[in-house]
Design a protein around this ligand. Structure first.
Ligand code: ADP
Ligand code: MG
Length: 546
């Protein structure tokens, strides 16, 4: 069997027929609805406490911070009220020692310090006048007003959300390990450190990046169509959509605004079908899972997202390289190679080590339609140390890579299509358009990824070509900036008029528990306000401490 025939056989293993597609959609709907009824099912369907999406008219300045795997981003977003915004941000790498700090305070104090530095750099006037007012106020109303920045906190680790600005850390991932933070409210951990620095900032909302994506898309997408779904196809995959609260029959602890009858649900769809009721499983999928850090978990994500697609291709290509008959990246002699030389693979090639093939290379392969596939061949040399691959080798690589990503795009359409069907909006004559915001390098950069999703959507029963025409999938960038700011705004609207008094009480108690000189100097390290001003103001409002 020659290389071309061998390649076809590998490619065929990644076929994902229309029939399978529809079976997956049915199963997705089943698992999605199970997750709305109870906890502990494969789709977590986590209530976000966000009960409305923006329409583009929102206004104000908000802060947003994003604690991802490697960086901490602080930004302020000016929402202009006309679907546009201005955004400034600072980004710092999280020091490795803080990822495994002794106590949560070490990490969160660092985060609060970054917020202070950001405010001093970008909002100096605001920062100083708020701090001044706070240390000299005679009226409790002076404490919490428009000068207090509301902050949306995007926290990309698993949390059990308990309110719009409350959520307990379930476990650390991505190399973090600070045991005393587990089980604690991460918003409170951050707020405590912000208060210790006396910053005019309230952690108003805890934000999941998919929910942020949905918010950002709703704010920026033109026209009267609000968005239904925000989805990520980057390192991982996940989606958040608007669900009727009446359909969420499991308990939603804590308070939320019931007036809209809707709530955004974070599906955590990466774990769809961990039981493998329907998901395809080639030998390479099985090897990838077995050798991963979390076997049996995130099974859908392992077939769909950027972190894994390169590895599936690598494993398949590796088997082809080992097969004497397939003879991939091997020439018996130079006459077998159209460039009259022999191919060789460096022992250091990424093709030979786990995670050694970045999904970005698959995009390069898909984009090269030149007759000699010279771009792929150069990429194989430059990034994978495969020297002078032949045209046949490049064709085989392109075909296998294309098949793996095509299956991923069709699987992506399963989740998107199922959520569209779940919403019932296709049958609603009032809804001309169903808007979906997507983010992540895979969907953004892989050529025709969205087209492959549309092709699959047309083949889903209940959607069909006319339904697919009603679905608009657009890129939504900056979910963790604009989206988090918008959720902070929504949270602010939910605040009750007396909330600032509780904040004030807390602040006064905290200050009274500190040594005298610290208490006075807290808000303003470089300010000349004497310490007694603060104490005067406390004595003016003794009833507040009750
Ligand atoms: P994150 O998920 O951390 O927010 P991204 O959205 O940038 O980050 O996704 C990163 C993932 O996308 C990585 O797994 C990477 O391999 C993959 N990726 C990066 N560039 C491309 C590209 N050009 N084409 C396809 N996948 C890519
Ligand atoms: Mg991202």
């Amino acid at each position: 069997m020659g290389l071309a025939e061998h390649t076809s056989r590998v490619v065929a293993q990644f076929d994902f027929s229309d029939e399978e597609l529809n079976r997956h959609v049915d199963e997705f709907l089943k698992q999605a609805n199970a997750g709305l009824k109870q906890d502990g099912t494969s789709l977590s369907q986590i209530p976000s406490y966000v009960t409305a999406v923006p329409n583009g008219t929102e206004k104000g300045i908000y802060l947003a911070v994003d604690l991802g795997g490697t960086n901490f981003r602080v930004c302020s977003v000016s929402l202009n009220g006309d679907s546009t915004f201005n955004l400034v941000y600072n980004k710092v790498a999280i020091p490795k020692n803080l990822m495994v700090a002794k106590t949560a305070r070490d990490l969160f104090a660092f985060l609060a310090k970054q917020i202070e530095l950001f405010l001093r750099e970008h909002h100096r006037d605001h920062f100083e006048s708020a701090a001044h007012r706070r240390s000299t106020m005679s009226f409790p109303e002076g404490y919490r007003d428009e000068q207090i920045f509301r902050l949306g906190f995007t926290f990309s680790f698993p949390v059990q959300q308990l309110g719009i600005n409350k959520g307990k850390l379930i476990r650390w991932t991505k190399g973090f390990d600070i045991p005393d933070a587990v089980g604690k409210d991460v918003c409170k951990l951050l707020q405590d450190e912000i208060d210790r620095l006396g910053l005019p900032v309230k952690v108003a909302a805890l934000v999941n990046d998919t929910v942020g994506t949905l918010m950002a898309r709703s704010y920026t997408s033109a026209g009267k169509h609000r968005s239904l779904l925000g989805a990520i196809f980057g390192t991982g995959t996940n989606g958040a959509y608007i669900e009727k609260t009446a359909s969420i029959t499991k308990p939603i602890p804590g308070e939320y605004d019931k007036s809209t009858g809707e709530m955004v649900i974070n599906t955590e769809w990466g774990s769809f079908d961990n039981e493998l009721n329907v998901l395809p499983s080639t030998v390479w999928d099985q090897t990838l899972d077995r050798e991963s850090v979390n076997p049996g978990i995130q099974m859908y994500e392992k077939r769909v997202s950027g972190m894994f697609l390169g590895e599936i291709v690598r494993l398949a290509i590796n088997d082809m390289m080992k097969d004497d008959e397939a003879s991939l990246f091997r020439d018996t002699n130079s006459s077998y190679n159209d460039w009259s030389t022999t191919t060789n693979v460096s022992p250091q090639s990424g093709l030979l080590s786990q995670w050694g093939l970045d999904t970005a290379v698959l995009s390069v392969a898909a984009a090269d339609n030149t007759p000699e596939l010279s771009t792929i061949r150069q990429e194989l040399e430059n990034t994978l140390q495969v020297y002078t691959p032949s045209l046949e080798d490049a064709q085989a690589f392109k075909a296998v890579a294309g098949a793996v990503v095509r299956r991923a795009a069709r699987l992506a359409a399963v989740a998107i299509g199922a959520i569209v069907l779940q919403s019932g909006k296709l049958d609603d004559p009032e809804e001309e358009l169903i808007d979906i915001g997507v983010d992540g390098s895979l969907v953004e950069h892989y050529p025709f990824f969205r087209d492959m999703i549309y092709e699959a959507l047309r083949a889903i029963e209940g959607i069909g070509p006319s339904g697919a025409d009603k679905i608009r999938i657009g890129i939504a960038k900056d979910g963790s900036g604009v989206g988090a700011a918008l959720i902070a705004l929504i949270a602010q609207k939910m605040e009750k008029p007396g909330d600032f008094l509780a904040d004030l009480r807390r602040d006064i108690r905290r200050r009274l528990s500190l040594p005298f000189e610290n208490a006075g100097m807290l808000p303003l390290q470089n300010h000349s306000t004497p310490a007694f001003c603060f104490l005067c103001s406390v004595s003016l409002a003794p009833s507040l401490l009750a």
